[in-house]
Structure formats: C-alpha cells, structure tokens
Design a protein around this ligand. Structure first.
Ligand SMILES: *Cc1c(COP(=O)(O)O)cnc(C)c1O
Length: 391
C-alpha cells in the first residue's frame, strides 16, 4: 500500500492545543481572507423577507441569543475543553449562576468544595430560593459521598482553589457523583483548558471566568460554560439566554485575541512562578510556600496527574504575624501591585488576614501572589527589598 494513504491528513489528525489556540474556528476563507476574525458589533440581525424570518431557526436574530463573533469563541473553547459546545457569558459569575440554576430547584441540595468562589452566591442568594449547600474539605474525596443526601443534585468543585491551592481528585469525585446520579460542575478558571481538561476526567459542566487567564490582559470581564449539546439544549438554554449575563461581541473578540497567546503566557507564568516560589521557600522570613508546581505541595502527585502544568498563582505565609509589619511589607512592594484578581500579564500581591481566635490584635497572614510576565530577577528583587521589614 502507498504509505501516503495511511498517513492522516491535517484535517483528520487531532490537532494539538497550541494549534487549536492559534487557529481553531478562525478559518479566514469564511471572512474575506481576514486573518483576525470580524467583529459583529450588532445587537440584532435583519431578514430579507418575512418567509426568511419564519423558516430560519438557525439564523442569528439577537445578540443575547447568539452572535457570530461570540460563536467563534464558543466553538474554540468547546474544542479546547473537549466538550461538545460552549456558551459565553458577560462574567464568570454569570456563567456560574446559569450553571448552578440549571441543576437545582427549590428543595435541592448542593455539595460544594469549601473555599470555592461561588460561596457568596450559594449562601447569599440561592439559599433564599431554597437551595441548601454543604461545604466539604475537597482534599478528602470521601467527604463528598458522606455529605450526599437524597435531594443532592450537584457537586460543585474548583481545583486547585485560588488562595490555598487545595486540589480535588476530579476523576474520583466524578465517579462518586455518577454513583449517586449527581451532576458535576467544575470552575476551571485557574488551570484553563491549556493545563487541565476536566471533561476528560468525567465532569459534566466546566465554567470559566474569562476575566483571568483566557483574556489575560486585565482589560475585560467575561465568562464561559462548556458542556454536552444535550445538556445545553435541554437544561441550560433558558438560563443562558434569560438570566441576562450577556457577552458583548467586542469582549469575545478581545478574548479570542488574548487566547492566541495563552500557551506562551502560561508557560512563562509557570517559569516565573517556579523561580519566585523556590526563592521564597528558602527565605528566612517565610514560614511556608504553597505552589502546585513545587514538590513541597501536599498534593504534588495529584497535581502532576491531573494538570499539565502550574500557573502564576502561589501563596506564602510569613513567619511574622503582626499586622503593622505585614502591612509595611505590602506597602513597600513596587513591581507587585496590591489588587484582587489575577491572570493578567502583571504581578499582583493580595495580603489576606486570617484572624486567630483568642489572640486579639494578631492575625496569621497569607500573601497570595500572582506572578506575571516580568523578569523573574526583578520580581525577586522586589520581594527581597520588601521582605526586609519582616526580618
Ligand atoms: C474571578 C473568579 C470568578 C468570577 O469571575 P468574574 O469574571 O469576575 O465574574 C469565578 N471563579 C474564580 C476561580 C475566579 O477567580
């Protein structure tokens, strides 16, 4: 046989993540050869005739329901996450709200990992509508089983968490969920599909804050949900169009632009964070460093198994616990800016106090760092001069 016949063509090959990030769903032949896809900044789409309007169920009508620029991004994210389809939302919280509401009704029960971002929504709003939540320590897989009740409909996980970086064993949690007929949802904002593909481990619904690494430049807010076609059609179609967290086409266009460099950005974040974490780990003023890319992480083996890499996020615990000293450290930082959020090109520090009972006036502090794309030598020099106030 001619060997060429047995070699798969490019179209038949399963393309790698870098190629998908650069090219998937952006075929220039569809758009007059434009290498960058067009921005359809339109709220509505008109029809040639009333017949056209009536007979065309797949046509674009209104951007809250569908938009061609946003659809390019949805297709790309679905491919990257190994899901069947995706929906974009106006924020990560918009995607999370739609996802949780599609899986619950009054009287239902959720088991969620303690420390998840959705806690304020679950406790502050969904509880009022009769959805109760039990929080479990996600490092203990059997806790999900133990917390499950007859009315549990959803397991909500987030691995790794974004302050303490505890992991959940995603495949093991999913198999417990399946044994109870419970839906699984993961917030994959931290790892992005470049470092972790939860659907391949059995997760039903993946949500993202695109405001973090997907956008990558701290200049937009957006969210995404990836799942099966059947689930989107049957369970999520109302939530995704009626709850109002609508993606703006220009923001979709910006996220497409950001995602073209996701692979190179994440690899540099990882390299820089590894350098900073290793340096902090040997610093005399530092009690402990938590970074999923360091062998000292208590779940390093699991991180290696279910993630392809680690990001720019890490936390360190200073030995010093006096508030004024830790505040002085924060105020001395020059390159690291003091801010919430993460995932952009820039380095950030977020000192987080944790009150200790019976020890008034003192906290134990955790300092969450987002290590950006600057030179690691400069970032280490900045930490070095600021850490001097901590001894
Ligand atoms: C920021 C964040 C969210 C919320 O996303 P928004 O886009 O700000 O609404 C959800 N989950 C995680 C893990 C986040 O860090």
């Amino acid at each position: 046989m001619d060997s060429r016949e047995t070699e798969p063509t490019l179209a038949q090959r399963e393309l790698g993540l870098d190629t998908l990030l650069a090219h998937a769903c952006e075929d220039p032949s569809r758009f007059l050869g434009a290498v960058s896809p067009p921005l359809f900044q339109a709220s509505l789409f008109a029809f040639e005739s009333i017949e056209d309007w009536g007979d065309n169920p797949g046509a674009y009508r209104y951007t809250r329901v569908g938009n061609p620029t946003t659809e390019i991004l949805e297709r790309k994210l679905a491919l990257l996450e190994r899901g069947e389809c995706a929906r974009m939302f106006g924020s990560g919280m918009g995607a999370i709200t739609a996802a949780i509401m599609s899986c619950t009704r009054a009287g239902d029960h959720v088991v969620a990992v303690d420390g998840c971002y959705a806690r304020a929504l679950l406790d502050g709003i969904l509880a009022r509508f009769g959805v109760a939540t039990t929080y479990v320590n996600g490092t203990d897989t059997s806790a999900f089983d133990a917390a499950t009740r007859p009315n549990t409909t959803l397991y909500y996980i987030e691995s790794p968490l974004t302050v303490v970086f505890d992991l959940q064993d995603i495949a093991a949690v999913c198999s417990i969920a399946r044994s109870h007929g419970v839906t699984t949802l993961i917030d994959n904002s931290h790892c992005t599909p470049y470092y972790q593909n939860p659907i391949e481990m059995g997760v039903d619904i993946v949500v993202h804050s695109a405001s973090k690494y997907l956008g990558g430049h701290s200049d937009l807010i957006g969210g995404a949900l990836i799942t099966s076609e059947a689930r989107l059609r049957e369970a999520l179609s109302h939530e995704s169009t009626l709850l109002g967290a609508v993606m703006d086409p220009f923001v979709s266009w910006l996220i497409l632009r950001g995602m073209r460099t996701l692979a190179v950005r994440l690899e540099r974040h990882q390299r820089n964070a590894t350098a900073v974490a290793s340096w902090l780990e040997q610093h005399p003023a530092v009690e402990r460093v938590i970074y999923t890319g360091l062998p000292s992480h208590p779940q390093y083996g699991l991180a290696k198994r279910q993630q392809r890499g680690s990001t720019g996020l890490l936390t360190f615990i200073p030995k010093e616990s006096r508030d004024d000293k830790v505040r002085a450290f924060a105020n001395r930082l020059e390159l690291f800016r003091l801010a919430v959020s993460w995932g952009g090109y820039e380095s950030l520090a977020a000192p987080i106090p944790r009150p200790l009972e019976g020890k008034s006036g003192h906290s134990t502090w955790r300092v969450r760092l987002h290590v950006g794309l600057e030179d690691p030598e400069d970032l280490i020099a900045d930490l070095d001069q600021a850490l001097r106030v901590l001894g």
